[in-house]
Design a protein around this ligand. Structure first.
Ligand code: NAD
Ligand code: UD1
Length: 333
């Protein structure tokens, strides 16, 4: 039996593939390289010394999915394939809804046809919008998303709830990631944003490398300890392990719809991140204070209790690990 990983060449998909291969899982990966490179596949093999099957194709294409399900004995799907740039989603809502929502419908329809009903889905803390209180539990109200990317995740969550309601034989884990950062300790795989990074950690890494002049800190007048925004950064390898734990849970339960926050439960400010990066890597990260970024919230961090109790998942990698591994990958790339 194999696990299908859609978007397996991407940032989180590649790290999850490594962790699953290390656990002895048999994998089939699908990717169209819209936001990744074929070389990543060789790196996954280099890190693990293991083989897997790969299909190049678009998840919107039912024939590709049908071929995968016909040629392999798929037990479960972990779905990472999506677009993820918040700013771009505002410019290209149609493309985002097609790639983040329509593709999932094609996937679910094909899974149904082939009698495969086990799915792990990549969602995001963005579905909580501006949360009423922190830490954020899975019971915190969702909705109020402010951009098509966030709304696409919210919509898929609703689709999955409707699906489970219609047929309780489905076995689904919705994982709401907080802020994934870092890279594999080998420095062989990591996050490679196209163009100028929109997210904090890759931006800091490029400033430290000298390819960007300085970091703009978006606002220092939030109601936080130092005025800058607070987030729950989680090492991508911890996040990858969380997917294995979710899969184990689905294997035990056989059916259900489960929602888990994947975060550390600790919030760090932008200034904390700058200092941690400088200290971990003995580099300088010049910065200036800039106006707030539209759509940003002051504070966002998880209550990770449910994942701990039900998945036995606890993120163990420190902020120093996250900063060191991000820098290690930046230096290699
Ligand atoms: P990524 O862009 O690095 O990986 C996505 C992969 O999917 C890429 O390799 C891309 O080429 C592929 N892909 C996209 N559309 C496809 C399609 N139609 N058919 C086949 N392949 C396709 O992104 P990531 O950071 O690894 O994110 C993975 C998932 O996690 C996404 O669903 C994303 O929305 C979600 N997520 C990411 C973050 C984050 O900060 N990285 C946070 C919360 C949720
Ligand atoms: C962003 C996305 C969110 C997604 C999440 C995944 C936006 C508005 N939101 O969240 O939908 O789920 O990534 O990781 O893009 N910052 C700076 N300067 C920068 C970049 C960021 O000060 O150049 C600050 C931000 O204001 C924020 C913090 O750093 O306080 C983290 O920002 P970022 O990495 O973009 O993540 P989020 O905004 O939390």
């Amino acid at each position: 039996m194999s696990i299908l990983i859609t978007g397996g060449a991407g940032y989180i998909g590649s790290h999850t593939s490594v962790e699953l291969l290390k656990q002895g899982e048999d994998l089939v990966l699908l990717d169209n390289f819209s936001n990744s490179k074929p070389e990543v596949l060789d790196k996954i093999k280099e890190i693990t010394g293991k083989e897997f099957r790969f299909y190049e194709g678009d998840m919107i294409d039912e024939t590709v999915l049908h071929k995968i399900f016909t040629e392999n004995h798929i037990e479960a799907v972990i779905d990472f394939a999506a677009y993820k740039a918040v700013g771009e989603s505002v410019q290209k809502p149609v493309e985002y809804y097609i790639n983040n929502v329509s593709t999932v419908l094609v996937l679910l329809n094909t899974m149904k046809k082939h009698g495969v009903k086990t799915l792990v889905f990549s969602s995001s803390a963005t579905v909580y919008g501006d949360p009423e209180k922190v830490p954020i539990t899975e019971e915190t109200k969702t909705g109020g998303t402010t951009n098509p990317y966030g709304t696409s995740k919210y919509m898929v969550e609703q689709i999955l709830k409707d699906l489970y309601h219609s047929d309780p034989e489905w076995n689904i884990a919705i994982l709401r990631y907080f802020n994934p950062v870092g890279a594999h300790e080998s420095g062989l795989i990591g996050e490679e944003p196209k163009g100028i990074p929109a997210n904090l950690m890759p931006y800091i890494a490029r400033v430290a490398a000298g390819s960007l002049k300085e970091l703009s800190i978006f606002g220092n007048d939030y109601d936080t300890k130092d005025g800058t925004g607070v987030r729950d950064y989680i090492h991508v390898v911890d996040l990858a392990i969380g997917h294995f734990k979710a899969l184990e849970k689905l294997r035990k339960d056989h059916q259900g719809l489960h929602i888990y926050n994947l975060g550390t439960g600790v919030g760090y400010s932008v200034l904390d991140m700058v200092k941690a990066f400088e200290n971990a890597n003995h580099v300088k990260v010049p910065y200036k204070i800039a106006p707030r970024r539209a759509g940003d919230i002051a504070v966002c961090y998880a209550d990770p209790t449910k994942a701990k109790e039900e998945l036995d998942f606890v993120a163990t990698r420190s902020l120093e690990d996250m900063c060191r591994d991000s820098w290690n990958y930046q230096k290699n790339s």
